[in-house]
Design a protein around this ligand. Sequence first.
Ligand code: PLP
Ligand code: COI
Length: 340
Amino acid sequence: MNAIDWKNLPFGYLKTNYNVRCYFRDGKWGELEVSSSEKIDIHIAATCLHYGQEAFEGLKAYMGKDGKVRLFRWRENAKRMRRSAQGVLMAEVPDELFFEAIKKVIGLNKEFVPPYGSGASLYLRPLLIGTGPQVGVKAATEYMFMIFVSPVGPYFKEGFKPVDMMICRTADRAAPLGTGHIKVGGNYAASLVSLKMGHDRGFASVIYLDAKEKKYIDECGPANFFGIKDNTYITPASPSILPSITNMSLIQLAIDLGLKAERRPIDIAELPTFEEAGACGTAAVISPIRKIVDEKTEEVYEYTKDGEPGPISVKLYNRLNAIQTGDEKDEHGWVDLLEI
Ligand code: PLP
Ligand code: COI
């Protein structure tokens, strides 16, 4: 393989050696299979193609200073994928199969785990799709679970540099009683036009508001929102956002750092009062926000004085990174060392 420029990796797809696959047929999961093909062969009437019967996950593996590969909170991803499966009537992937597939796919692609200190990591993309044919709107009886991996750099090209975001007034990503709380492809399809509109206008992402009242912050494209003020970490409670595992971890780290933490609706009227703001997620890690512009009112909210991340965002980012790479003690039992 060509030498990889680990320090300048984008967040994207890079071909690796293998992926792993498993099929659900006749009411049960089969054996895990290894493939070196980047293609899958599915029925033309598969439910994933027509009715969006699919779910995915995103998690990362990190190389530690000790040369051991670490996995961050995979059980939470497994649990969320089961919830997603329930939400669109798919066969659930048992946690044991999920973990077996993770270990196998990382082991087979070990040379793609970015070196310690490169700032990059190995992104794992578990995918569950309905493969059985249906023409009526019904759940499939056959499913395919697979994981591919790709070494990645930061999701927002700025990395840990503050980015600008726009409050989206012309589209909703998810409805209060819809599927925003699970990780299914339809939510992302629904965000493509507005995300492109944001990008075309120079923003790293758009921020969605709650679909019902258009009053509260939902989330920042593929990442959750947080604001910091008065020594408090505040993040939205909403039925239409994806419960982020990174956000859940940052709440705990904020408490560990002596902050208070609140998960509650965030009225946009509160935006001017935050001292720091950011987006968080597996891909985004923490992306500090420099300014937020409201698409409708054109009001601008600024969160950095000198274009640098705020002090609490820096502390949270460093602590999270240090736990993930094994530089600091994993007090909460979030990291699994892989024997591969
Ligand atoms: N929100 C959305 C819509 C996402 O796609 C993601 C990514 O998974 C997140 C938030 C962040 O979640 P996590 O921290 O679990 O990756
Ligand atoms: C992640 O953070 O893992 C995500 O899944 C975001 C993604 C949609 C790029």
